[in-house]
Design a protein around this ligand. Sequence first.
Ligand SMILES: CC(C)(COP(=O)(O)OP(=O)(O)OC[C@H]1O[C@@H](n2cnc3c(N)ncnc32)[C@H](O)[C@@H]1OP(=O)(O)O)[C@@H](O)C(=O)NCCC(=O)NCCSC(=O)C[C@@H](O)CCCCCCCCCCCCC(=O)O
Length: 727
Amino acid sequence: MAQYRRAGAAVAVIRLHNAPVNALSSAVVQALAQGVKKADLDPSVKAVVICGANGKFSAGADIRTFSSLQPRDRPALAETVSLIERSQKPVVAAIEGVALGGGLEVALGCHYRIAHAQARVGFPEVLLGILPAAEGTQRLPRLIGIPAALDLITTGRHVLAAEALKLGIIDEIVKENTVERAIELASKVSGQPLGPRKISLKPVPDLPDMEAILSEALVKVKRKARGRLSPEMCIQAIKAAVQLPFAEGVEKERELFRFLLGSGQAKAQQYAFFAERAVEKWTMPSGTSWKTASAQPIRKAAVIGLGTMGRGIVTSLVKAKMLVVALEQDQKQLDIGREAVTSLLQWEASKMQQSGQSQDICDPARLQFTLDFGALRDVDLVIEAVFEDMALKKEIFRKLSTICKPEAFLCTNTSALDIDEIAAVTSHPHQVIGTHFFSPAHVMKLLEVIRGHHTSPTTIATAMSLAKTLNKVGVLVGNCFGFVGNRMMAPYVEQAIFLLEEGCKPEEVDQAVEGFGFHMGPFRMLDLAGLDVGWRSRKGQGLTGPKLAPGTPARQRESRRYSPLPDFLCEQGRYGQKAGKGWYLYEKPGGRTANPDPWLYNFLSEYRETHGIKARFVDQEEILERCLYALINEGFQILADRIASAPEDIDVIYIYGYGWPTHRGGPMFHASTVGLPHVLSRLQKYSEAHPDIPKLQPSPFLKKLVALGSPPLREWVSHVRQPSSKL
Ligand SMILES: CC(C)(COP(=O)(O)OP(=O)(O)OC[C@H]1O[C@@H](n2cnc3c(N)ncnc32)[C@H](O)[C@@H]1OP(=O)(O)O)[C@@H](O)C(=O)NCCC(=O)NCCSC(=O)C[C@@H](O)CCCCCCCCCCCCC(=O)O
């Protein structure tokens, strides 16, 4: 838990030990405190070094223990941090790997801090719905000043050693032998006065406009937080550091921590933290899993198509230091693509420079632009990113099948199309897989990885490992129209549009959803994505356009309710932001500010009149429940269909791909929080009111879970019916 040893005659080294990240469990904290006391009591020890095993200082308090945390007067971790600071002998932190959260708090209790050049420090508590609660909110502002402390504590970002040195968090950077250098320093400073090194005794550096800085920070985090409480509470704790003596500030920090811990948001955010890690451990319905499949190394990759998506994918691959071949169909598109990728890479390099990271990502030798499919002969993996046209994709995969080396993995970037149909035209269908990137692909963290019927475990492992290499979260899902994300999005958007028919305005629907915490309501999202995307898909499905059977009623498809509203908008060229008008009006084509549009109000009134719909007032609760519960309902069906192997998969997809607010934990976690019987009864109510909307009819799996007494979320999949062995 914490190893105590002597280094030389006069230095004691305490090494935190709790694989894999030296999380500060009760036992570790206790052992650390014992070590510090032992060193203090031993007259032959003149100085102490604290470090961590496995090249990591510590990732902070053990998050898994939070749920069982009992309210107590003083957290043992905080007590230990002040014990370290009070020590009569100099204590030096030797930071390797990470010192995060409670790990950094331990380091701030030390009198000196030395870090390896690759080490990262930070206070990510805000991302877990809490705040640094072992006196970190009181020490960091005293050490680095209010503006920098506000930035670090409210964003949770990790900073590299170089930036930490500039900020004054650490005293020295070393390139190797961090612990050895810390021992040297400890020996050197032993006997020197410790008072000036105790952060709790320092005043917070004063600034003439302190009040304004704090209030501006509050306004900023409130605007961004969309209902998340922790950023605001972090500011309150930092404000206490400014206004109160250290001990009282600590009291305030503790009070805010307890409030957050009991708020429910912390539970949701901590669930999301572990869900993100759980999805890496993928399983197929056959039982094959990450444990037995091994990924193949990808040295050189190719991207076909340099539209918005392809450019982002190329940028991601280059950033991950791969050799990349970028292919387009004609010189003009290639030149446009090259220019766009170059400017994206320059932007990425400047961002990295600002954060003190090396920026050798733009090395042109690693990136080749070509019109020649022959250049793909030796690549290990291809990502096709042309537009959503099955015939075109099949043509490309046929070609790839003959050109690429037999062991190459062939990925299609599609948001809905059938992976098996694409794989069927190749000679190695087991090496074909779907990789659904989200736009902008070099920014968005999600990669939906879609296994086809023949996709091999090695191919899956390779695609999942690619996601990790690209610093993305890969989630393995099954093959069906829209996979997980877009399949659940469809009933959500459908409800939003039905609500317009019934009497809502787009901004009313968006407000309800944004009030829940989404980045964007459905109509602003549709305008951003482009209404023509869905229109093309509906035409393809024969729901509108030339393939629609003559005489089909305007608001009905096969006895189901259908809204032609978005089709009518597209017919008018209202494609959304890019056209300057869609569900909203924009200042110009490509404009970003969504303004309510009187034209649309008229259009909706006329539409309702034509179809004999009497507009009614719909309250925010109904808007929210119909949109969200329709989406969640589909999630239950997706679990039952084994398209997603666990609720965590769905939640991670929604958090990272669709802007579901993290403090609500994802749609399935949300359902478990509000209670499955509640979700079921609301769906029952709405489906009785709208019997022609099948997506409001409760999923049989949801009904089954309720009948079973609503087991906890982690048990849901054990109740999914196993496929018949005859299948
Ligand atoms: C560290 C990372 C950057 C590493 O990333 P990497 O990609 O290399 O690896 P993984 O992310 O896959 O992680 C590997 C493995 O480790 C698990 N894990 C990681 N961090 C923690 C953690 N802090 N606690 C528990 N488990 C952790 C992870 O789940 C993986 O497990 P698996 O089974 O899937 O293999 C990255 O992991 C990362 O970013 N980690 C989180 C860092 C973080 O957020 N730290 C802040 C933690 S909160 C905190 O420190 C609060 C403090 O301010 C103190 C609060 C005081 C009150 C606390 C009371 C808590 C009770 C503790 C007992 C002490 C007694 C007392 O004080 O009363």
